[in-house]
Design a binder for this molecule. Structure first.
Ligand code: ZN
Length: 220
């Protein structure tokens, strides 16, 4: 069975980005781990907010049993040596076959650093490691860069759970047309569905993919 690592910067990225795929894989009884690089604490309108409890609830809905928060401070990942972050991920001893993480086109610096960490972990060694990337709503658009989806996942059966997971983030959820709203998440899934021919879809950009991992969505 393949080890699939979802590597995200912050608590909420797992629901906003790959929530549907996570649910699909956990329903298939795949070996899934979620690593969140931050400590789950953020400042919203000068108020300190702890999202780690919301993360636990979101993970429960998405069927994640193996979850770790690494404790790096939100929005200052560049202050840490990247090798230290990579070693911290590796210390969890979950040798991934596939890492699913942030796209190179995103504006948020923590997200870009998370992708760099994934690339370090996935350097060719004895074990091959593929990387797929996703876009957090509006992040690439706000960066004036294009996210180029070339891998589509049918989440028609998982869209409800994806949205329920995000709803747990009481501090993050906003009203439509904010990108972090229920309406926007639905619209994005419909848009990628319309592009790909599914009712609701999530879109990924392949960073690198080994033939050994092509069947990772098959039921176990
Ligand atoms: Zn984030």
């Amino acid at each position: 069975m393949l080890n699939i690592l979802f590597l995200v910067a912050h608590a909420d990225d797992e629901a906003l980005g790959p929530g549907g795929l996570i649910k699909k894989l956990t329903k298939n009884k795949s070996k899934v781990k979620l690593i969140v690089l931050s400590d789950g604490k953020i400042t919203v309108r000068n108020k300190n907010v702890d999202n780690s409890k919301h993360l636990e609830k979101s993970a429960k809905i998405l069927g994640i049993r193996n979850l770790s928060l690494l404790g790096y401070k939100d929005q200052i990942f560049e202050k840490y040596p990247i090798s230290e972050i990579a070693n911290s991920v590796l210390s969890h001893n979950f040798k991934p076959d596939i890492i699913i993480t942030h796209s190179k086109s995103e504006l948020n610096k923590d997200h870009s650093i998370t992708l760099e960490v994934a690339k370090i972990i996935a350097r060719p060694q004895k074990k091959k490691c593929s990387i797929l990337s996703f876009d957090i709503p509006n992040n690439s658009f706000n960066n004036y860069k294009k996210f180029h989806p070339n891998f589509f996942v049918d989440i028609s059966k998982e869209i409800k759970d994806k949205i329920s997971a995000f709803r747990k983030y009481k501090n993050e959820i906003q009203k439509y047309p904010h990108p972090y709203s229920v309406g926007s998440l639905e619209l994005i899934a419909k848009y990628y569905g319309f592009l790909s021919g599914y009712k609701y879809a999530e879109a990924y950009e392949i960073v690198k993919l080994y033939e050994d991992h092509l069947s990772f969505l098959k039921k176990n």
